[in-house]
Ligand binder design. Sequence first.
Ligand code: UD1
Ligand code: UDP
Length: 364
Amino acid sequence: MKMKACILLGTRPEIIKMSPLIRACESLGIDYYILHTGQHYSYEMDRQFFLDLELPKPKYNLDVGGRPYRKQVGMMIRQIMDVLSKDRPDIVFVQGDTNSVLAGALAANKLGIPIGHHEAGLRSHDLTMLEETNRIITDHISDFLFAPTKDAKKNLEEEGIDMSKTWLTGNTVVDAVKENLKISEKKAEPLKKLGLKKGGYILATAHRAENVDVQKRLRGIIGGLGLVFEKTGLEVIYPIHPRAKARLEEFKIDLPDGIRLIEPQGYLDFLQLEANAKLIITDSGGLQEEACILKVPCVTTRDNTERPETVDAGINVLSGTVPEKILSCAKDMLENHRRWTNPFGDGHAGKRIIETWLKESSKS
Ligand code: UD1
Ligand code: UDP
């Protein structure tokens, strides 16, 4: 019997991390379609990534972006159920911890369609994060749980999840970086465009709701970036996420010297900006992982992380959002030599995930 997969995605990191699954479906001749919830919808947060990664257009594109969450999650569930009912797949793949993931998993669950969760088992143990509840709920209703690391698999075991449903696969972020780094070296010239030198700047991002929506924390991050420039002379390049841009305007935060805001970057440009940075300062999940893969030290402006492997490996440090702490962490990461390890796998996670699903489904 020919199997059919639905690849559900909704935000920038999901497009990137789902791309290896899409490639694997294509190379293995699997019938699949892409269902885009439309959670991210601006050209530079969405379409740009389909172009950079040369992905086919989604078969279904829902229109839920920019809505308040009280409306958005419900709208997504209803519309995803409509699509899955008329174009019924044998599995719905979801990736990560966004509202799109939660809605996709709940919709599939109500229709009795198996769910495959890539990035299962990540835990920050901070229930105030929307993403943490999204992850926990999705894991507990998934049928195939693809844990990227041993730590993530252990979290699932500790929560009493049936271990026969879990597989250690690595994270497709490694596949995506490996597949696209060389292409980006050839095609993208962001350093030239921005007048930057290799190793001569710091790359920063901040977009987490619990950081940028809280005025004190956002002021702390911006103040910290300004302090880092003042003490190191390294310019801070900050491609700004639309959520953070809106909050900077709302809170009327003035930027100190040395911080250059730029538009969100496409993946090929962004990979080059990451790979050639002296240091990354971020609250992004994906950037903590990519820093390990690209061997760039990282400071994470959070109090916790669902990616503790990066901290254990000595490549990442948690600074919180107090400016002086951001500075001391940045100095430490700039000055101290470290050992590079990549805990996120060998770059074949996408194929492994699809093959595991096919093999396990053929048993039943
Ligand atoms: C979402 C995820 C977060 C993930 C991030 C990746 C949830 C709860 N959060 O956060 O886990 O790390 O995506 O970037 O699912 N906006 C635009 N254009 C866009 C997208 C967003 O203008 O293309 C603006 C809208 O005003 C929107 C706001 O940004 O209301 C926030 O977007 P949303 O998707 O709700 O959350 P993110 O902060 O992007
Ligand atoms: N990214 C990008 N352009 C940018 C910022 C990020 O291509 O301007 C990529 C980055 O390489 C990573 C992913 O987007 O793969 C991370 O997305 P984000 O930080 O929005 O979400 P998170 O990973 O925190 O969920």
